[in-house]
Design a protein around this ligand. Structure first.
Ligand SMILES: Nc1ncnc2c1ncn2[C@@H]1O[C@H](COP(=O)(O)OP(=O)(O)OP(=O)(O)O)[C@@H](O)[C@H]1O
Ligand SMILES: [Mg+2]
Length: 464
């Protein structure tokens, strides 16, 4: 990281200073120690390890009798003991009762207050000395400084007077300079890591918010689109229905007259076309939810069986039925339900290209929070009867699955599908207070689950 390079220069400067001073004294051993000190602290990852490393080396390799390191707490204006090595601390890295020294108090406190190193030749004649259980005769105290701020203090005592001279001061000041630079670097690293963590967190938050907003916008767009198409289709279907009624009525009137046989054939074709047009209009009105539905208490199992009886010749494929015994009665418009079922079965047959079996199932469902979640149901809590149509066809790819209920969406060739079948089924099911869900797996085949609200036994009477 460029930061490290920048800070390392400070450390290197300190070493170079020390080397030029040391070479005068000819202390090659000390020089080597400082050199390896500078290299070692490069890889130290936290302040605590750094303090203990410094204390261990000041005593172990630079031959000081002891070494105590304090960190400055600017909030309380105190020095707090963070590492200590020597006779006064025989417990390794454990400090049982860390000393706290107010800035300005005693020799270390003064160094913290002034930011200046202090060497005391004879402590007995110094009024600032606060003797402890093992009194010393001489003391050296150097500050850890960064940008003019005191970060802490390195302190060493000696049982003999006059133990510390300019050479010791130079060595310890060099150690202090390197330690301060490293402390700075650690703090900067921590700050940039924190900035990075904050950045990652706000990026994640922003992405989540954008995703949610996009999803909401898509939902809104879809709802508006359907509403607009619904209104348009409804208006168109209504007007066209009136025209068709006139056409069909007039065709019927002409048919009541005696006409040549060939004209009769033309009339029959025209009437059949008008009927197909009427069916189409009915689909469109159902999609736009304008179809007049007359809900009646209906036994779905019986309705399905009767629908199959009426239409089986048109289907040319196998149908298997699995009805749950005792399915609840539902309130639906029977002829609209039949049209919806035929639509689903025609789609199933088309998907199987006349091979395979269509399976029609029914079953009761109590829709609670769990069912809503696990089945992805968009239904009010309550009792429903499920009608499922499953086929063994080509299946529906995920992208197509998102669009199959869109009006005019079809994958069939021109002239074979209007793309209104499923949107009409969905419109009718919603208008009946139910829901429809399509499923399809990678292995092919598709299932359409339609949920119709069951009649509350208490209001059963009023519907019959
Ligand atoms: N069971 C199914 N298996 C595979 N694809 C299906 C199935 N049901 C519907 N689809 C897909 O959904 C599309 C839309 O179906 P929808 O019933 O609305 O229109 P259509 O069948 O294409 O035309 P129409 O119903 O007017 O004849 C179909 O074109 C097809 O791609
Ligand atoms: Mg269809």
């Amino acid at each position: 990281m460029p930061l490290i390079t920048g800070r390392a220069t400070v450390v290197q400067k300190a070493i170079l200073n020390a080397i030029s001073e040391m070479s005068g004294t000819g202390s090659v051993g000390t020089l080597r120690t400082l050199n390896s000190f500078a290299i070692d602290i490069m890889s130290i990852r936290n302040a605590e390890d750094l303090f203990w490393y410094v204390a261990r080396n000041v005593v172990g390799r630079l031959n000081f009798v002891d070494c105590v390191i304090y960190e400055a707490d600017p909030a309380t204006e105190e020095l707090v003991q963070v590492a200590a090595l020597g006779d006064k601390n025989p417990y390794g890295r454990t400090i049982l009762n860390p000393l706290r020294i107010p800035f300005g108090e005693g020799i270390t406190g003064r160094t913290a207050r002034t930011g200046e190193a202090i060497v005391i030749e004879d402590l007995l004649s110094n009024q600032n000395y606060i003797p402890d259980t093992q009194p010393a005769r001489s003391e050296i105290c150097v500050p850890l400084i960064s940008d003019g701020r005191v970060l802490g203090v390195i302190d060493s005592e000696h049982p003999e007077a006059g133990a510390f001279g300019p050479a010791e001061l130079e060595v310890l000041s060099t150690i202090a300079a390197m330690t301060s630079a490293k402390l700075d670097l650690l703090a900067e690293t921590e700050r940039s890591e924190q900035r990075y963590r904050d950045l990652v967190q706000s990026h994640a938050q922003l992405s989540a918010e954008t995703e949610t907003r996009k999803a909401l916008e898509a939902q809104l767009f879809e709802a508006r689109k359907l509403e607009a198409i619904g209104r348009l289709t409804g208006g168109f279907a209504h007007g066209f229905n009136n025209l068709l009624t006139v056409i069909a009525g007039n065709l019927d009137l002409v048919g009541e007259h005696r006409v040549p046989p060939e004209v009769g054939v033309f009339l029959g074709d025209a009437r059949a076309a008008a009927d197909r047009g009427a069916n189409l209009i009915r689909d469109m009105m159902a999609f736009s939810q304008q179809m007049r539905l007359v809900p009646q208490p209906t036994d779905l199992n019986a309705l399905i069986a009767a629908t199959w009886d009426r239409n089986q010749r048109a289907f040319g494929c196998e149908v298997e039925m699995a009805f749950e015994a005792g399915t609840w009665t539902v309130a639906v418009d029977p002829s609209a339900t039949e049209i919806a079922l035929v639509n689903l079965m025609m789609n199933a047959r088309d998907a199987m290209e006349d091979r395979g079996t269509i399976r029609i199932e029914t079953g009761n469902l109590v829709c609670d929070d769990v069912a809503r979640r696990t089945r992805g149901l968009d239904l009010a809590p309550g009792r429903y009867v499920r009608l499922s149509v499953t086929d063994e066809g080509m299946g529906i790819p995920p992208k197509t699955l998102q669009r199959i209920f869109d009006p005019f969406f079809t994958t069939k060739v021109v002239g074979q599908g209007t793309g209104l079948g499923l949107s009409m089924v969905q419109g009718f099911v919603k208008q009946s207070g139910g829901s429809i869900i399509a499923r399809s797996g990678p292995k092919g085949g598709a299932t359409f689950d339609v949920y119709f609200p069951a009649i509350d036994p208490d209001v059963n009477e009023s519907l019959t």
